[in-house]
Design a protein around this ligand. Structure first.
Ligand code: MTE
Ligand code: MO
Length: 544
């Protein structure tokens, strides 16, 4: 009879000297501890099922997969490459708030709290079952999470003074019969010592179990060991050395080659896929003459090509840092397509990663002679785990979302009229050639400089076309030519510098690039959606 309970609660609130402490705060704590215990148990259960079955990770991944494009762009622009940390932090705050609400709801209007927890368990199970390669057991950690949370919540609330649910929640011989005077005080404001001890104990246990479970789930030891002992073959076709003239020798300028540690990371993987070389193979199927599967040893025995190629993300805003230039070692993708024998009607290479991300690349971009590589090495090392270990793609001239599949395990030859990939089914353009752009890298925006010579330096890119010129404009003045570093190759960015005779006052410096075909950079601003940003990078400086 929920109505009567509610009335009792209300009348107690009116007469009690301290209504809050007779239930709401402890109920809040009970909710948070119960859900925390449930999630910790869920992590431990996921250890026995699959890391991706963790309700926490599964729900996070579902949020990532189902976020509207605008939300994704907001997240990337706001948090940059820390977007994953931001997501988990946001989720944690939300879960704590919901858990607290469940505690209060259960105390006030039982069984509302447990029903809501059950619903969230269901959400977790559905999210986990929606992961690639999910089997029915993926639902178990979420079901376990909900059951543990419900039981803990009922036990904890049953220990509160005047608990409406004491009789039905607490197992016989437990709180009801062994209650201390504190617990038994029906209207008393004091929370029982047993409640505090039990909640504290469960919370501590949950933290230990949760941290342990998470550690085991995120354990990359096997893959790290695999990578450590890996020796890559030397390239049959090495990358030409970088001449000093390709780098602009100005302090604070962007290095020509980006180190692995500084290379931007963008992907939808909340847990880095744990893929060893022994686990890896690439299946090539669809519109091909011979369906084939390439194993690691077979791949490594093929002649390797090494190239320096600049990779860019379509989400890179004007002036943004989602771009990097690395020395990649791999097998030409065309070699593998030749082995499979691509049918003439196939115009899309649909690649899939071990974690189910997909990417549609024009077959022509792989077969037109450019250095499209199935990459195993980055800057002289095996690929770092978060950059696609053990195998990824790099294709000059195309944004990462249509070319750069990391942890790639499957190639299907198909047609653009038939298939859509992860981002193209979320509003991004089917084709993603990288747009001509340029960026100012030094000095820092809003910095102060004495009048006289100020060296501006930056980079410009027109991948697979090449940069012919970069111009700089001070305020509303004319476009003035910048000094270009040597063009290493048309597939890499090109550095530039401009020595400016600065006069006192606040000045805005803008830059624009012209590509090898004579096209100037588009000056009108466009947001990254659906096919890449346009507009000019500009910085303001205070000259004294
Ligand atoms: N498996 C997988 N590969 C992926 C992605 C992804 O989400 N999953 N993101 C792509 C995008 S959008 C970009 S820009 C590049 C970034 O590669 P990086 O993280 O090595 O810089 O990877 C591409 N490859
Ligand atoms: Mo991207």
């Amino acid at each position: 009879m929920p109505t009567a309970r509610a009335e009792t609660e209300v009348s107690r609130s009116v007469t009690s000297t301290s209504p809050a402490s007779s239930g709401l705060w402890p109920a809040t704590i009970a909710g948070v501890v119960a859900v925390g215990a449930g999630l910790a148990g869920g992590e431990l259960l996921a250890v026995t099922v699959d890391p991706n079955a963790s309700p926490y990770v599964a729900v996070g991944s579902a949020v990532v997969d189902h976020s509207p494009t605008a939300v994704r762009e907001f997240a990337i622009n706001t948090f940059g490459t820390s977007d994953k940390v931001a997501l988990f932090t946001g989720m944690t705050f939300l879960i704590v708030a919901l858990a607290a609400a469940c505690g209060v709801a259960q105390r006030r209007w039982p069984p509302a709290g447990t029903v809501v927890i059950g619903l969230f368990g269901l959400v977790g199970a559905v999210a986990a079952l929606g992961r690639p390669d999910a089997v029915w057991t993926y639902a178990l950690p979420s079901v376990g999470t909900a059951l543990i949370a419900i039981v803990v919540l009922k036990v904890l609330l049953g220990m509160l003074p005047g608990s409406a649910s004491t009789s039905d929640a607490v197992p016989a011989g437990s709180a009801a019969t062994t209650a201390t005077p504190d617990d038994a005080a029906d209207t008393g404001p004091v929370v029982g010592r047993r409640f505090v001890l039990t909640a504290g104990g469960v919370a501590a246990l949950a933290v230990v179990v949760g941290v342990m479970g998470r550690r085991i789930l995120a354990d990359t030891a096997r893959t790290v060991a695999d990578r450590t002992k890996l020796v890559l073959p030397p390239p049959r076709s090495p990358a030409p050395p970088v001449p000093p003239s390709a780098d602009i020798a100005v302090p604070g300028a962007t290095p020509f080659v980006t180190s692995n540690a500084d290379f931007y990371r963008i992907d939808t993987a909340l847990q880095v896929p744990n893929l060893t070389t022994a686990d890896w193979s690439l299946r090539i199927h669809g519109m091909v003459d011979n369906e084939i599967r390439i194993g690691w040893d077979e791949l490594l025995a093929m002649p390797m090509t090494e190239r320096i190629v600049t990779l860019t993300c379509v989400s890179n805003e004007v002036g943004g840092d989602l771009i990097g230039n690395a020395r990649w070692l791999g097998v030409p993708m065309s070699t593998l397509l030749e082995r499979a024998g691509v049918r003439p009607q196939a115009d899309m290479l649909l690649s899939t990663s071990s974690d189910g991300w997909t990417c549609g690349t024009p077959v022509s971009a792989v077969t037109d002679g450019r250095d499209a590589l199935l990459v195993v090495g980055m800057n002289g090392e095996p690929l770092p785990l978060e950059h696609g270990y053990p195998v990824r793609q790099v294709i000059p001239g195309l944004y990462g979302y249509v070319s750069a599949t990391k942890w790639v395990v499957d190639w299907e030859l198909t047609q653009f009229s038939k298939a859509r990939a992860y981002w193209t089914s979320r509003g991004w353009s089917a084709l993603g050639p990288i747009k001509l752009a340029s960026r100012i890298d030094r000095p820092d925006s809003r910095s102060e400089h004495p009048r006289g010579d100020v060296v501006i330096a930056g980079t410009a890119w027109a991948q697979h076309t090449g940069v012919r010129a970069v111009d700089v404009r001070i305020d509303d003045g004319p476009w003035l030519p910048a000094d270009l570093a040597a063009q290493y190759s048309t597939d890499t960015w090109r550095h530039w510098r401009f020595t400016w005779s600065a006069t006192p006052g606040e000045h805005t410096v803008a830059c624009r690039a012209v590509d090898a075909d004579g096209r100037a950079q588009v000056e009108e601003y466009a947001s990254p959606v659906p096919d890449g940003a346009t507009g000019l990078d500009a910085r303001t400086y205070a000259i004294t």
